[in-house]
Ligand binder design. Sequence first.
Ligand SMILES: Cc1cc2nc3c(=O)[nH]c(=O)nc-3n(C[C@H](O)[C@H](O)[C@H](O)COP(=O)(O)O)c2cc1C
Length: 194
Amino acid sequence: MQSSDDPKPKMRVLVGMTGASGALYAKRLLQQLATLSVETHLIMSPYAKQVVDAELPDGLELPQGVVNHQVKSMQIPFASGSNPPDAMVIVPCSMGSMARIAHGTSEDAMLRCADVVLKERRQLLLVVRETPLNLIQLRNMVAITEAGGTIMPASPHFYNQPDGLNALADTVVARILDHIGLDHDLGVRWAQES
Ligand SMILES: Cc1cc2nc3c(=O)[nH]c(=O)nc-3n(C[C@H](O)[C@H](O)[C@H](O)COP(=O)(O)O)c2cc1C
């Protein structure tokens, strides 16, 4: 049991990576989380690994402290409503994973955790990447939103003239951190005095 002398428990963030383009967003998010006082967990789908191979020439080196879970095991803390994370961010999120979450299939640890996060009313952010969108995908986005999740398209912005791919990816990472309530100093906010 927690006593009044115990330090505040760290926020627990579960990062899911699926097989959509945009592995760099996840890499930059994991690097940022490592600088903050949070407990970071990771689950990757098998296709996420293929995208990492295709998109990250230096691979995905996990920052120290990140707990990497197997997607085919339900023996992970957040697969039960008795132990949900504070926030789950799926980045990048494929249309396939979004569809499976929208329909509650829960067939692997990633999907089960997303299901748990929704039912326990914790934060679920899906950083989706696809263009253009068909009607099925749009309806799945509505279903997730109605269930309490947030659809956050991986749409970087250019108005701060980002200096390279990392800075461009960070324009999305900054919005993710904003939404899960974590302070950061990534980029300059709009109309902010420098
Ligand atoms: C290099 C690569 C890029 C892909 N990009 C996308 C994408 O941007 N969006 C998407 O929905 N699917 C994309 N896919 C297809 C998904 O990986 C595929 O639909 C897969 O079944 C998704 O499964 P997962 O969500 O379990 O990872 C891509 C696949 C590869 C190999």
